[in-house]
Design a protein around this ligand. Structure first.
Ligand SMILES: Cc1ncc(COP(=O)(O)O)c(C=O)c1O
Length: 438
């Protein structure tokens, strides 16, 4: 194949021919530690025979069946989900990935408001540092300038509220009133839009790669939930990255005492063995749409039998092997390793995250938090250097927030692998920064 015909990895001549556990193997037989689980997807690890067998059986027996009909693997996935989803989320809509799932969630929220007699409630407030997908609506909803280049005039403007970012809170770093400040900012935004025009708030419970595993202050989510309830606004939580154990709880929002009206998932739902996204809504939403006669259109490949089989198997394995508590434990270990490696580093503002979704933020000046210039391409260089040393990290950040290196390894990673991953990260950061003028 002509390398230039493959658009996603320009200039990177990497071919992976095999993967096992937390490791990828290239055609040249180089072993790469998958510290990012691909695009922060892989949870039960690569090369699980029983998942591959389940996909094989489902596609052999029911290669393709229209999404609204049941198949054994669809039934198995819905049964397995019963052990994961908050009890209030009874309705399941399956897509082919996270973007489609967020797009569907936005549409369902707007349809719900219309079904309840509020057709003017069409605005969806998202956040200024976020990522929700590749479609036009989800690109518009994403606070991710890097991914809207050349599209600015084609996409609708979505109202943003500031993403809670304790490191860079306008009140001061890790300010005790930061949570309240960000809730007040959302309240202001709702007021500006007019609550009667707002259908939903769409946000990631812990901001994924756009911000780099940013954990909000503890009073933020309860405050947002209360605001949404006061104004009858639907709370859509995008758990495409944080869902299904990634942060050491079943779902990222479960670090706080809240439940969304619509939960969106993707990535880890099928562990990387098949493309799949999920939208999970309350009974009230499902019933309102039914009463109004509003349909939720399926994607041709939504709930594909092979993907549902993979999801059922992956969700079962995670329970059988107690992988979520393992993520919580490994997450603490990873935080400790990152603290040891970067606590006094002059160019690492902080390390942060929960469970196996963590990141470091590299800055020119640790006091003022001034970043390195864009042209220095610090993140890309750190990732390329680490890759040469045999570890794959995931680049993050966008716009003014840049030079984020994310980690999201498979849940079966061993402690010694975590330690060598952090050693290589430290060595790569130092090597790159010794060449960039600081
Ligand atoms: C938080 C979040 N939402 C949505 C998406 C889009 O999902 P997909 O790439 O499966 O369409 C992503 C992908 O990175 C994501 O991280």
């Amino acid at each position: 194949m002509n390398q230039r015909s493959w658009p996603f990895l320009p200039g990177r001549n990497i071919e992976i021919v095999r993967a096992q556990g937390a490791w990828l193997y290239t055609a040249k037989d180089q072993a790469i530690l998958d510290a990012a689980g691909g695009a922060i997807v892989v949870n039960v690890g690569h090369g699980r025979d029983r998942v591959a067998q389940a996909v094989y059986a489902a596609t052999r027996d029911t290669s393709y069946v229209v999404p609204p009909w049941l198949t054994p693997s669809r039934r198995a996935m819905v049964d397995a989900l019963g052990d994961w989803l908050p009890p209030s989320l009874t309705r399941v809509h399956a897509t082919s990935g996270g973007s489609e799932a967020n797009e569907a969630a936005i549409k369902i929220a707007v349809q719900y408001q219309s079904a309840c007699g509020f057709p003017r409630r069409t605005r969806v407030i998202s956040r200024d540092l976020s990522y929700h997908g590749t479609t036009l609506a989800t690109t518009a909803a994403s606070g991710h300038p890097g991914r809207r280049k050349g599209l600015e005039r084609a996409i609708e403007s979505y109202p943003y509220s500031p993403t809670p970012y304790p490191l860079r809170c306008p009140l001061g770093r890790d300010h005790p009133y930061a949570g309240q400040w960000y809730v007040d900012a959302l309240r202001q935004r709702i007021k500006q839009e007019g609550a009667h025009n707002v259908a939903a708030v769409l946000a990631e419970p812990i901001t994924g790669s756009s911000g780099g595993a940013i954990v909000p202050p503890d009073d933020y989510w309860p405050g947002v939930r209360k605001l949404c309830d006061e104004h009858r606004i639907i709370l859509i939580l995008d758990e495409v990255m944080t869902g299904f154990g990634r942060t050491g709880r079943d779902f990222g929002h479960q670090h706080w005492p809240i439940t969304p009206d619509i939960l969106v998932s993707g990535k880890g739902l099928a562990g990387g063995y098949a493309p799949l996204g999920g939208v999970f809504g309350t009974e009230a939403i499902g019933q309102a749409l039914e009463r109004a006669g509003y349909g939720v259109m399926f994607n041709t490949f939504g709930a594909h039998p092979g993907a549902c089989a993979a999801a059922a198997e992956v969700l079962t394995i995670m329970r059988e092997e107690n992988l979520v508590p393992r993520v919580a434990k490994l997450g603490l270990r990873l935080s400790a390793l990152l603290a040891e490696a970067f606590r006094d580093h002059p160019h690492v503002a902080e390390h942060r995250g929960r469970g196996l979704l963590q990141a470091i933020e590299i800055v020119r000046d640790r006091e003022t938090l001034e970043p390195f210039p864009l042209a220095a391409e610090v993140t890309n260089k750190v990732i390329a250097t680490a890759l040469r040393k045999g570890v794959f990290f995931y680049g993050g950040g966008t716009g003014a927030v840049r030079d984020i290196v994310c980690m999201g390894p498979p849940f079966i990673i061993e402690e010694r692998e975590l330690a060598s991953m952090v050693d290589i990260l430290r060595a790569s950061v130092d090597e790159v920064l010794s060449e960039v003028s600081t």
